[in-house]
Design a protein around this ligand. Structure first.
Ligand SMILES: O=C(O)CCC(=O)C(=O)O
Ligand SMILES: [Fe+2]
Length: 262
């Protein structure tokens, strides 16, 4: 994996070694404090950019155009909230998505299927084990956001989101979030309303660079991607792991997410 990853800086290939443990400890401390950590340049930036370049044609011809209106909960209704409550206002998400069966041989897929990657992530997230999915579509997705496109405000369904930026846009495309705006016990609807009005005092933004791995605790921290400006697309890989092996989505779920079954 030395040909695609910076394993001198990030010793993912030496699980259990003191330098591996030191990196895990650092990541865990950052997750506890900020709800995220990044490994800047884990994939060599030119390899990441090359992976994005290789997919340009496929994005143009065979990607799924994901475009929909949704609220921050991705739910039609929320118990205890009137349908016109400001916390339920609609936002629009638009991007182009490719699934794992459309980029076989990509370095991103090599990383996903490399067992020390899941082992490292599990250790940082304090999980016994993490497993790659068996689903040929959902296991790994690469999303492309062109001019005026964005992933809008949402809470994640899973505890963590694991991404790697492959190509940065010239402008926009920041990752914008509000750490722990709600908790498992307190939905904080007034806070959600303030956030959607653009008035959340705790809102933060980070700009990722190509090859950077980002782990984000997104279940209670709402986030969005800033609208991309200009011709250069924002291209990002989203890795999906589960705590049990063999997970697949139903055909119905895949048709909803990707417009087709596997
Ligand atoms: O594109 C990104 O940086 C974030 C992706 C994300 O939030 C998600 O997939 O849930
Ligand atoms: Fe998310």
């Amino acid at each position: 994996m030395h040909d695609i990853l910076d394993l001198n800086r990030y010793p993912l290939d030496r699980p259990g070694s003191p330098e591996w443990q030191a990196l895990v400890d650092r990541c865990r401390a950052e997750l506890a404090q900020d709800g995220m950590f990044s490994l800047d340049g884990l994939m060599q930036p030119e390899v990441a950019q090359g992976a994005a370049d290789a997919l340009q044609g496929k994005f143009a011809t065979e990607s799924f155009h994901h475009k929909r209106e949704h609220n921050i909960y991705f739910k039609d209704s929320v118990e205890g909230l009137a349908p016109d409550h400001p916390a339920l206002q609609k936002v629009e998400t638009s991007n182009f998505t490719l699934c794992a069966d459309q980029f076989q041989g990509s370095p991103v897929l090599r990383l996903y299927d490399w067992p020390p990657f899941a082992e490292f992530l599990a250790a940082t997230m304090d999980k016994q084990n993490l497993y790659t999915m068996d689903d040929p579509l959902a296991r790994l997705n690469i999303m492309s956001y062109g001019a005026e496109q964005a992933l809008n405000w949402h809470f994640d369904r899973s505890e963590f989101t694991t991404t790697m930026l492959l190509q940065a846009p010239d402008e926009g495309g920041e990752f914008i979030y509000s750490p722990e705006l709600r908790s498992d016990d307190d939905p904080n609807y007034p806070g959600v309303e303030r956030l959607l009005a653009g008035e959340d005092p705790n809102m933060r933004a980070i700009t990722l660079s190509p090859g950077t791995l980002n782990i984000f605790r997104g279940k209670n921290s709402p986030h969005r991607v800033g609208t991309v400006k200009g011709d250069k697309h924002r291209v990002i890989a989203v890795f999906t792991f589960y705590e049990r092996p063999g997970v697949r989505f139903t055909d119905e779920e895949n048709i909803g997410f990707y417009g087709r079954a596997s």
